[in-house]
Design a protein around this ligand. Structure first.
Ligand code: FES
Length: 110
C-alpha cells in the first residue's frame, strides 16, 4: 500500500456540557469525520487520503479542530459546510484556506 498523501486527523473529543474548555464534538456524533470520509469516498480519494478520528488536539478553544499531515495544516472553527471546500481547495488543489487556519502563533496557546 502506498503512503497517504494526506492524513486528516479530526478531533472528535467530547466533554460534558458546561466544561469551560468546550470540545470539538459536543454531540458526540463524529459528524465532521463522517462528512470528510463521505466526501473523500465520493471523489475517489481514498485510500491515499484518510480521515481519522482523534482525541483532543489541545486546541479546544479554537475548535472544532482538524490537522492535515504531512502538510501540517491546522484548521479551526471547522463547520460541516466547510468540508467540500477543504477537500477541493486543500486536499486536491494544495491551497490553504486562510480563514480556517490556526496559525503557529495561536497553536498551543491557552
Ligand atoms: S476537544 Fe478538540 S482540540 Fe480539544
Amino acid at each position: 500500500m502506498p503512503k497517504f498523501t494526506h492524513h486528516i486527523f479530526v478531533c472528535c473529543h467530547r466533554r460534558e456540557s458546561g466544561d469551560t474548555r468546550g470540545c470539538c464534538d459536543p454531540q458526540g456524533n463524529e459528524e465532521l469525520r463522517r462528512l470528510l470520509k463521505a466526501e473523500l469516498d465520493q471523489r475517489g480519494l481514498e485510500p491515499l487520503v484518510r480521515a481519522s478520528k482523534t482525541g483532543c488536539l489541545e486546541q479546544c478553544e479554537l475548535g472544532p479542530t482538524i490537522v492535515i499531515y504531512p502538510q501540517e495544516i491546522w484548521y479551526g472553527g471547522v463547520q460541516p459546510k466547510d468540508v467540500p471546500r477543504i477537500i477541493e481547495e486543500t486536499i486536491i488543489r494544495g491551497k490553504v484556506i486562510p480563514e480556517l487556519v490556526i496559525g503557529d502563533e495561536q497553536l498551543n496557546k491557552k
